[in-house]
Every structure is written in C-alpha cells, then in structure tokens.
Ligand binder design. Structure first.
Ligand code: A3P
Length: 293
C-alpha cells in the first residue's frame, strides 16, 4: 500500500506545526488533568523515549519489571497532542488510562500546555538537549518518519532548524520558554540529556526525589540496566519496531545516543554560522548547554 503524502508545516499561533498535532486542538486544550499526573515534556529528539521508559519502570511494581515489556511503551505513555490516522488520539488514550499516575508525553511549547495541568499542580519533567545534537537527531528522524515533513538535505534542514521551521517550532523558543517557566514553578524538573549520559545514577536520584519516590537499590540497578542504550535499541517494545510510520531501514529510532554526534554532520562553516546565530538567539537567557562532554 502506498503511504499517504507527508504532512506540510504551517504557522499555528506563531509555532510551526503539522496537522497531526493540531487537528484535535480543542480536545487537547480541554483535557482534565489529575493532580498525580506526570507530564514529560521536551522538544523533539531530546531523549523523551529514554525518560518515559525510566518513568514507566519507576512506577511499576518491582516484581513486575520484566512483564513491563509485553506492551509497547507508546501504548503506556500517551502522546497528548498526537492525532494521526491509525493511532488512538493522545487525548483518548490519556482519558482511558487506568494506571495511575498517568505518564503523559508532550512536545508542546510551554504556552500551549493545557491549563488544567497548571491548575492541578501536576508534576512536569522537562528534558532538554543541546541544539546541535538535537538538530542532527531530528534530521535523521524526519528521514525515517513518514508522518513528518520531508527533511530535504542536511544543509537546508539545518537552516530551517535555525529559523524554527520545524514541527513544534523553534528549539530556541521551546527550551527558553520552559526554562523561564521553571524559574517560578517548583513543579517543573529540568533534566539535560547530557547530564543523563554523564551521570545517570545522579540524575535518576534527582528524578526520584522530585517525584517523591524511593526505589530500592536493586530496583534502581535493574532500571539502569534496562534503559541502557544498547538494551533499548534491542527492545522491540521501545525501539520503534511497532510504529508503522517509521522506516527503520532508513534510520533507527534509537540511533546513536551520543553527545557530540553533531561533529560528524556540521561542516566548519556550518558550525561557525550556527554558533554566531545561537549566541544572538540565546543572549538573554542563562540557560546553558554542553555540546561535548
Ligand atoms: P540520536 O538520534 O542522537 O541517537 P526522543 O526520544 O525524544 O525522540 O529522542 C531520541 C534521541 O534519544 C535519539 O538520539 C536516541 O538515540 C536517544 N536515546 C534513546 N534512548 C537512549 C538511551 N537509552 N540512551 C541514550 N540515548 C538514547
């Protein structure tokens, strides 16, 4: 069967989006949050799947950790704004959940998060990743995901990334928007992909203390093992094998998992241009990223 055409970008209240994330907008905005909800927010390609798997495992009974892998992760962690033919809508999936707390994934910029999450004081974990690696990861993702706009070649993709012409808009506005909100909200935990790579144990402890969880040393060890890059890459319930819009023969969903892969993609000239532009766009924020470890 021929795949449907790839979606196109359009301006949605100042943010580039495709219809797969806006067609259900009223229902997304009307969603009724619960005070025990855990929202996992990020710009695309920041490590959302990694952290959703960690959360999924943290909230499951120690004795059933292994059985966790009988259901695809994407069925257990609904993607709030997703509205795509062939998939349950993120809102319906969220409303039908019977396991609490609900772990809810979103890529929405902070100004679009449904009001009810703020009113209910839900916990929000935001995962951020440096711009250069995010751009590279996003490029490969758009190559293999038939539900995303055509990426074109790397050079044109990078320019569009710098201009915010990506699904979910500008990386710069996304990360700084959530960072600003975090300054006045104790319900937001900011995690960095680079910190998770460098000091997984420390970040796992930070996450647990934010969520008020105290798993046993054994459970933490077990989780740490299960969420290792190589183990996730092999695990069909998390590696995108069950997702029919992914063409894994083009690129993997769990692809490289490195800090600094941008060095294999950016030319010297692209790096200079990107860095100049980055400094201009990020000059008023104290949010800092590491692009190498
Ligand atoms: P790369 O494309 O650079 O490899 P998201 O889940 O938000 O779409 O993020 C995807 C990125 O997270 C991909 O980056 C993917 O490989 C990486 N990733 C997924 N699981 C990981 C893990 N266990 N450890 C490190 N990186 C991981």
């Amino acid at each position: 069967m021929e795949s449907p055409p790839r979606p196109t970008l359009f301006d949605f209240h100042g943010v580039s989006m495709t219809r797969f994330f806006t067609d259900n907008w009223e229902n997304v905005q009307k969603l009724k949050a619960r005070p025990d909800d855990v929202v996992l927010a990020s710009y695309p390609k920041a490590g959302n799947t990694w952290v959703s798997y960690i959360l999924d495992l943290l909230y499951c009974d120690e004795t059933t950790l292994e059985q966790q892998d009988s259901v695809p992760l994407f069925d257990k962690v609904p993607f709030l704004e997703l509205y795509h033919p062939g998939f349950p809508s993120g809102v319906d999936a969220t409303n039908h959940m019977t396991k609490f707390p609900r772990i809810i994934k979103t890529h929405l910029p902070v100004q679009f998060l449904p009001q009810s999450f703020w009113e209910q004081n839900a916990k929000i974990v935001y995962v951020a990743r440096n711009a250069k690696d995010s751009a590279v990861s996003y490029f490969h993702f758009d190559r293999m995901n038939k539900a995303q706009p055509e990426p074109g070649d790397w050079s044109s993709f990078l320019h569009r990334f710098m201009e915010g012409q990506m699904v979910f808009g500008s990386w710069y506005e996304h990360v700084t928007g959530w960072w600003e909100k975090k300054q006045t909200s104790s319900n937001i935990l900011f995690l960095f992909y680079e910190d998770l790579i460098e000091d997984f144990a420390g970040e796992l402890n930070r996450l647990c203390s934010f969520l008020g969880l105290s798993p046993s040393a054994e459970k933490k060890k077990h989780i740490t093992e299960k969420v290792l890059f190589d183990n996730m890459k092999r695990n069909k319930m998390v590696n995108g094998s069950t997702d029919e819009v992914f063409d894994l023969s083009i690129s993997h969903f769990i692809r490289k998992g490195n800090v600094g892969d941008w060095k294999n993609h950016f030319t010297v000239k692209q790096d200079e241009e990107f860095t100049e532009d980055y400094k201009r766009k990020m000059k008023t924020t104290d949010l800092c990223f590491r692009t190498v470890l």
